[in-house]
Each structure stands twice: as structure tokens, then as C-alpha cells.
Design a protein around this ligand. Structure first.
Ligand SMILES: Cc1ncc(COP(=O)(O)O)c(C=O)c1O
Length: 382
């Protein structure tokens, strides 16, 4: 069961920002097709809503992890190209193939399962090679047998190999030697695929950081996730503002209680913060049960009553306490994170405070907050 929403906390996703980002990425990468990655509920922004906005802005492809995510997009009416890449042993690919979703094979077993799901036309399959991430993908020793098996299935009319692809490990560190090594290995895989007689329409390697920072890795398509949501994939190298991207998510709410604490008062569980002076505090109705990281305890800030206030003490399950400017009362506006235009913290700042990446901040946020989507052509709440 999803939690009933609170009237005091919400996530607002700006679909105009998503559309802007997709168009901006098109300009920045200049040439290859764009796949907008909308897995994990659109990195917390809403898979269906972001998928639709991405299509409106011209995304030729949507990318998801699981076949189930792909089918949810189809059921919501998406008719464009979709690639999925994460299915387990014994997976039944018939719905995926029937719904014209491109499936990924990294082993001959997966290839056979996809080919076996073919109906009246060949199943579309993309072959994933592991070029050095050591996660999904066919290891080097299996590339030739995989390509040969795929070619044989093509000749039997059961599959069409629409792509050969791989994924970077270190593209957010442009000088990391793994980038050159992976790109070299990928080119070798493409040569071997061609030698096996495969003529995939798409060769793709780059995620957001590769797409933006390593032009040689763009090939026929780039798979952009985080940058579509307006967040930089490589904060140590370039900010989202410098890239001309607009963060799409705002998390806001209202103060549910405000009060004055005397000096020497311990705040929240464990009393990890003790007031040094009389302090006005505000209670924010969001906690780790709503995706606010507990690592934010005593470090993160929110905008409260128009000013930054630090989290005092530990983040609790449903609430957290922040220092508030004098005069802030229950009902005052709180902005937990947003684009940063009005002084509110960004998801990147939260990531820095919590020792993580902005991906994790936005993907995990959500519990009892209402979620709504704003933008020129669409408004909704879920
Ligand atoms: C296979 C694959 N491609 C592309 C992406 C998009 O990556 P990013 O959000 O860094 O652009 C992801 C996300 O992790 C992924 O798993």
C-alpha cells in the first residue's frame, strides 16, 4: 500500500524543466539519438509523466531497467521505442516482445528466451557487452559466441539485433583511464559484431556524463538519465547551471509547529544537538520515512520562512527540526530542495551533505508527500 499523502508536504515536478532539459541535451550532444532513462519511477520524478514530457521534447527512445517498467509505459499509451535491460532467469519475454519493446540479452540463454517469445515478427533484441563495469553485460570471453548465436537467430527469422551497447563505470571522472579502456573495448565489440554479420541500427555507450563530457563515446545514441532531470552527472566537473539544465524536482511543505527553545536544550533523538543559545525552531513534517536521508542529521539545510535553516539533531522517521528565523510560525513555507533559484538547497547540495549522489536523493524521496506535475500542457496529482 502506498502511504496516504500528507496535506503538509509535497513533491512538485516541473515537466517544462524536463522538456527544456531534453531539448538542451539535444543541442549539447548534437547528432546522436536521445534515449531518456525513466527507470525507478523516473528517478523519483514519475516515470509516466516524465516519459510523456520526454517524448514531447523529441526523445526517440525511453530506457528502463525492467520489462515491467516498459510494459507500464506501453499500457499508459507510449508507442515509441523503448529498451529494457534487467530481467532474471526464467523471465517470460512474450509480453515484452508482443508490446514491441526492445529487450537486452547478455547471454545466449537470454537470447534464446527472447527468440523463443517471437510471434509473427522477429523479436527486437539488443546485445549488451561488458566493457569494464563488471556489472551486467556479456564478459569479453563470450562476445563471439553471443554474436554468432544472435546472427543465427536472425537468419532463422526469430530476432532482429537492433543494438549493441555497453555502460560506463567512471564517466563522471573524465580523466579516469577506464573511460579510454571501455571505449576501446566497445569498438572491438562492434568490430566483432560486424564480423559476425550483425548490422545493428544503434551502437550506444554513453550515459549523461559520457554524453556531455566525452564526445567520442556518443556513437548513434546517448542514454541520458540524470541530466534529463536537470542535475549534473559530474558535480566535480560541471554544475547543472553551467550546462544550462534546470532541476525539475521541488520538495516543499509547511511548518507544522514552531517554538522557542532555551539555551542548553537537547534536540531530537540522542540529543546529538544541544542549543547554545535561545533558539527558534520549526518542525518539518518529513523524515526518513519520506525519503529524507538520516545522514542529513545536523548538516543539511532547508529554506524556512525565506531563509536557510540547518537541521538540528537527528532526522526522525516522520519529522525533523530546523533552526528557523524569529517570527516563523506554523504554516510558514519550507523548501527542502529545488532548482536553487530562490535560495533553496538543491538535490546536489543534499547529496554533498549526505555523502551520496543527487541520483539517490531524488530517487529515494517520497513517502507521504503528495506528488504533482506542473508545466504548460499538463497538471496532475498522484
Ligand atoms: C544502463 C544505463 N544506461 C544509462 C543510464 C543513465 O545514467 P545517467 O543517469 O548517469 O545518465 C543508466 C542509469 O544508471 C543505466 O543503468
Amino acid at each position: 500500500m502506498t502511504a496516504p499523502p500528507s496535506p503538509h508536504a509535497e513533491i512538485v515536478v516541473d515537466l517544462d524543466a524536463v522538456r527544456h532539459n531534453v531539448r538542451r541535451l539535444r543541442e549539447l550532444v548534437d547528432g546522436p539519438a536521445l534515449m531518456v532513462v525513466v527507470k525507478a519511477d523516473g528517478y523519483g520524478h514519475g516515470m509516466l509523466e516524465v516519459g510523456r514530457a520526454a517524448r514531447q521534447a523529441g526523445a526517440e527512445w525511453l530506457g528502463v531497467a525492467t520489462p515491467e517498467e516498459a510494459l507500464a509505459l506501453r499500457e499508459a499509451g507510449d508507442t515509441g521505442r523503448i529498451l529494457c535491460w534487467l530481467a532474471g532467469p526464467g523471465h517470460d519475454y512474450r509480453p515484452t516482445v508482443a508490446m514491441d519493446v526492445d529487450a537486452t540479452a547478455a547471454t545466449t540463454h537470454q537470447l534464446a528466451a527472447i527468440a523463443g517469445a517471437t510471434t509473427d515478427r522477429p523479436a527486437r533484441v539488443q546485445l549488451k557487452v561488458d566493457t569494464g563495469l563488471s556489472r551486467g553485460g556479456a564478459p569479453r570471453s563470450t562476445w563471439e559466441p553471443l554474436f554468432a548465436a544472435a546472427r543465427a537467430e536472425e537468419q532463422r527469422g526469430r530476432v532482429r539485433v537492433t543494438g549493441v551497447w555497453s555502460h560506463f563505470a567512471c564517466s563522471d571522472e573524465p580523466d579516469h583511464p577506464a573511460n579510454d579502456q571501455q571505449e576501446k573495448a566497445f569498438r572491438e565489440a562492434l568490430d566483432l559484431a560486424a564480423a559476425a554479420g550483425l548490422r545493428p541500427e544503434l551502437r550506444h555507450l554513453a550515459n549523461s556524463a559520457g554524453a556531455l563530457l566525452r564526445p567520442s563515446s556518443r556513437f548513434d545514441m546517448v542514454r541520458v538519465g540524470i541530466a534529463s532531470y536537470g542535475l549534473t552527472p559530474a558535480p566535480a566537473v560541471v554544475s547543472s547551471r553551467e550546462l544550462g539544465l534546470r532541476p525539475a524536482m521541488t520538495v516543499r511543505g509547511e511548518v507544522v509547529l514552531a517554538k522557542d527553545l532555551p539555551a542548553g536544550e537537547g534536540v531530537s533523538y540522542g540529543h546529538t544537538f544541544v542549543t547554545e543559545r535561545p533558539t527558534h525552531v520549526a518542525l518539518v513534517p518529513m523524515g526518513y520515512g519520506d525519503g529524507i536521508p538520516r545522514h542529513a542529521s545536523n548538516t543539511a539545510e532547508v529554506l524556512v520562512g525565506g531563509r536557510r535553516g540547518r537541521v538540528l539533531g537527528r532526522v526522525c522517521m516522520d519529522q525533523l527540526v530546523v533552526e528557523a528565523p524569529p517570527g516563523v510560525q506554523a504554516g510558514a513555507d519550507i523548501v527542502v530542495l529545488g532548482p536553487g533559484d530562490d535560495g533553496e538547497p538543491t538535490a546536489q547540495e543534499w547529496a554533498d551533505w549526505c555523502g551520496t549522489i543527487s541520483y539517490e536523493i531524488v530517487t529515494r524521496i517520497g513517502g507521504r508527500q503528495r506528488r504533482s506535475w506542473v508545466g504548460r500542457s499538463w497538471k496532475g496529482t498522484r
